[in-house]
Design a protein around this ligand. Sequence first.
Ligand code: FES
Length: 499
Amino acid sequence: MSQSSLWLDTTERQPRAPLARDVGVDVCVIGAGITGLSAALELRRSGASVAVLEGRFVGAGASGYNTAKLSALHGLTYAQLERRHGLDAARAYAEANQHGVERAFELAGQLDIDCDLRRKPNVTYAETAADRDRVQAEVAAAGRAGLPASLVEELDLPFEIAAAVSVAGQAQFHPVAFLEGVARELERLGVTLSEGTMAVGVDAGSPCRVRTATGHTVAAGSVVVATHLPFLDRGLYFARCHPERSYVVAAPYTGEAAGEAMYLSTESPSHSIRTHELGSGTWLLVGGESHKTGQADAQERYERLERWMLERFGVQATMRWATQDQMPVDGVPFIGPVDHVSANVFVATGFRKWGLAMGIAASELLAAWVEGRDHPWRSLFDTRRLRLRAAAGSLLKENANVALRFVGDRLVKRADVDSIAPGQGRVVGQRLAQRAVHRDESGELHALSARCTHLGCIVNWNSGERTWDCPCHGSRFAVDGEVIMGPAVSPLERREPPS
Ligand code: FES
């Protein structure tokens, strides 16, 4: 079983050097995923000088680990969106996402990017009669929001459905090939794109100063933070979103089913299905089994997904990968100024598992913010909004969950070090002395502080990916303690292994 994203595995990526000197630019973009690179391109094309900083490499975050659907239909979204935020908001949400789909075609055409981009309908299906009403409500709401939605009762899937909502004119693609194409264009336009350069702080001002882990600084008139969840704590995005991990399994596929559209089920946790044609043949991708980061066993989730693929399609998975998404408390992404006082620092986050078309659309909104222009989607996604009626329930529930993890995980009776199998990890010790202990394949123990360097929650072992994951706001660390994903920017501290 290969533990790697199909998209990263089938792209010849060009490594890029870390930032090696201090630089000054009009705009510094932090994060080289689809939002960051698309925003950098918008801004550079408007005449700004731009530097892009990426902590790892292009597509290392959610943009390289996903099912690669570009769509304005997001499961069952529009009925709820209209109920919580009104019809105008639902229309703006649909327009922004559909615009992101169309913009992907424009960019791939302009930049001559071969990224397997092709139109397909996107479908949300219900297997049970109990969900039929919800599907019908979504057809009506998505239609009112301006999408070409229709009710469907049969699909080319190898099992019966009760009903489905289908939206035409959506798309699938190869996201890392797309990103590499945009990155090459940025470099052709003179943009500095530095990989292996983690930003660790932003001092707002005129200019702003972006500090990096390599010790160099970028002075910039404006800063765009496109790091999935902002690593800056101002704005409290870690309390206004919660992180979820979900999984994808894939295999070469010679069957006929599932080729006509892209699919997502209404059940919870849901299942995502689609095929992808590569030069070497067709692949079947099945995704789902999501859960809050650090709060479930990844290995078990992978196994469940593999069983589901085998039962439904008769195909044994050969490849698997996982991703992480930020779920906003009121169901709408945050795009705009980081807070009320830092007028030239902007963020985009909370894409609720649909960050590809939304990320491209967000880049236009970010460019408008940087340039001081108004934009028709601005008020819906405004980071400073306060929609208590739509958000209060989720806000209380999610932050109560974080408080419970912060306190409760210090009191849990921990494992004995002898119970750690080779290749696995456990938290051992009590209260403030808890250590994250990993036993490598040779049997040697390695210990780190178990306190997440963001706000101090206790990390958990992720057996599926062999990482330490924080159950509070989703920071993830490698077995050597290095940061894989923020909001943390500092590694877990090393500790003496238990004897
Ligand atoms: Fe916030 Fe760990 S990510 S405490």
